[in-house]
Design a binder for this molecule. Structure first.
Ligand SMILES: *Cc1c(COP(=O)(O)O)cnc(C)c1O
Length: 496
């Protein structure tokens, strides 16, 4: 088997093993680690179609993580994808009319971040061992809601790790806050900060960059790492469900082995859709990767014009996990279409930093053919939720609804008859208010917890374990701190 090595998109760290890249997170030069080649799918779907999610995960991850042994990969995969998921398919594919929803929200926090964050802790502790690291790994994260809880659920009680999450005290939904503050794990710390998400993020970055502070941590046997989606250990597990989805379509006779499909991905930081692109590069028969944005349509404009321009107002939408103006993972795609020339990446990322925008060459733009961009306004998103519910009795969360809008636009415009998979990234139970409000304004003044029951009545879908009786669970974390107090709290917690 070919050994896959990893290079930084900025060119200064080269030829490292995947275990190094996973523990490291971000490269020393500020770049993102990318595989030096994309492995090829060397099995037919006749062979793959009867495999379980876990078996396909072992196969796909084994192709990328060539410094891990088969046993190590098995350990990671089977520790991650177990009863934490409330569906034995892990990522079930649901046929609706002539298209399919790939439901990625059956994990412990009912959003797609669970797909990667349930395995990352095992990949990371295994990788640390392989690298001879004896320090405890402490994950430090700032969250605007979803990532925090998924990371807490993933790292909670995982031996050799600690996890600290900072969230803006008044900047997350009540359900999101309660999900985090009721986290069990003895190795977890959840802190609300007096400030907004940017303050939390900046505080965390400052801690990562403080050399003296990091030396202090080293003395007590701890080192920091990141569970952010720039970590290659979060990206690769996402390739798995595209291969899995295709295998199910073949198994169920919906497509022939080799037949092309499209996928629609509600996109923010560009991690999920980049995983789809890697699957396509592996040889998975895919036609278009439809990149769905909300009103923060910086990616739509980029694919249309070749110019990435973050100089615009940040819009708060009902699909908050896609409210993003700098899609970090796009850097990996830029590296690919620049012919893996790190100097081009450096120049463009510098420009983004200093001018807030950059433009790619015509040659580079020509390599973006696989992507089809579309976006949904708030009104279109609401309409999609309502229509889909009235039409097929299926409740979409706002992120998935954005994807549905993009799908409709694509089909109307191209008349493509290929089978299409719409990636469903969150349960409507995570966004009860905006989901129900799309149906009827009368939910406006009803409490978030109450709405869980309303949604149950309306949708007839059981309330997922993740949020059932959440208002009654004991709050285990009540620490609040000032912006300036973050480092002290971190040190106190990690010294224990
Ligand atoms: C994070 C997230 C997204 C965006 O995914 P990216 O990989 O950042 O593009 C979409 N939907 C939901 C529900 C999410 O949590």
């Amino acid at each position: 088997m070919k050994k896959i090595r990893y290079n930084s998109t900025r060119g200064n760290e080269k030829n490292v093993e995947s275990s190094y890249a996973i523990v490291k997170g971000l490269a020393n030069d500020g770049g993102l680690f990318v595989p030096d080649q994309i492995p090829t799918l060397n099995k037919t779907f006749e062979e793959l179609k009867d495999l379980s999610y876990q078996e396909i995960a072992c196969y796909v991850l084994g192709e990328f993580l060539t410094d891990f042994t088969e046993e190590e990969i098995k350990h990671c995969v089977y520790s991650a994808y177990d009863h934490k998921f409330d569906n034995s398919d892990i990522a079930p594919i649901v046929k609706k009319k002539d298209y399919y929803y790939l439901e990625l929200f059956h994990g412990s926090t009912i959003a797609f971040k669970d797909m990667a964050l349930s395995i990352l802790p095992y990949l990371m502790t295994t990788a640390a061992k392989k690298q001879g690291i004896t320090n405890e790994i402490a994950i430090l994260t700032a969250t605007s809601g979803d990532t925090g809880k998924a990371a807490l659920a993933g790292f909670g009680d995982v031996e050799g790790t600690k996890i600290i999450v900072f969230y803006p005290k008044n900047g997350v939904s009540k359900i999101q806050e309660r999900q985090m503050t009721t986290s069990k794990g003895k190795n977890t710390l959840v802190v609300g900060i007096d400030g907004n998400f940017d303050d939390a993020q900046n505080g965390v970055k400052a801690i990562f960059n403080d050399q003296e502070f990091n030396q202090k941590l080293n003395k007590v046997g701890v080192q920091l790492s990141s569970a952010n989606s720039i970590n290659i250990g979060r990206l690769l597990p996402q390739v798995v469900y595209y291969v899995y989805a295709y295998s199910r379509l073949v198994k169920e006779g919906e497509i022939q082995d080799g037949e092309q499909i499209n996928v629609v991905v509600p996109t923010g930081n560009f991690g999920n859709i980049l995983a789809a692109y890697y699957a396509k590069e592996m040889g998975l028969p895919m036609n278009k990767l439809i990149c769905a944005s909300n009103d923060n349509k910086v990616l739509y404009d980029f694919f249309e014009t070749g110019t990435y321009d973050r100089r615009r107002d940040f819009v708060l939408t009902m699909s908050p996990s896609m409210d993003i103006l700098i899609s970090s993972n796009l850097e990996r795609l830029i590296y690919t279409i620049a012919g893996e020339d790190a100097s081009v990446v450096n120049e463009l990322m510098d420009r983004l930093q200093t001018e807030g925008q950059y433009t790619i060459t015509e040659d580079m733009k020509a390599k973006l053919d696989a992507f089809y961009p579309a976006f949904a306004t708030e009104a279109m998103t609401q309409e999609a939720i309502k229509d889909e519910f009235e039409d097929i009795n299926y409740m979409l969360d706002p992120h998935t609804a954005v994807a549905k809008v993009a799908f409709d636009k694509y089909i109307n415009e191209t008349k493509d008859t290929r089978k299409t998979v719409i990636v469903s990234t969150a349960s409507p139970y995570k966004f009860t208010k905006s989901t129900l409000m799309a149906l009827d304004n009368r939910y406006e003044n009803i409490d978030d917890f109450e709405l869980l029951h309303e949604l149950n009545t309306v949708s007839k879908v059981d309330i997922p374990e993740a949020v059932k009786d959440i208002e009654k669970r004991p709050v285990l974390h009540s620490t609040v701190c000032e912006k300036g107090g973050m480092a002290d709290l971190v040190l106190d917690f990690l010294k224990k």
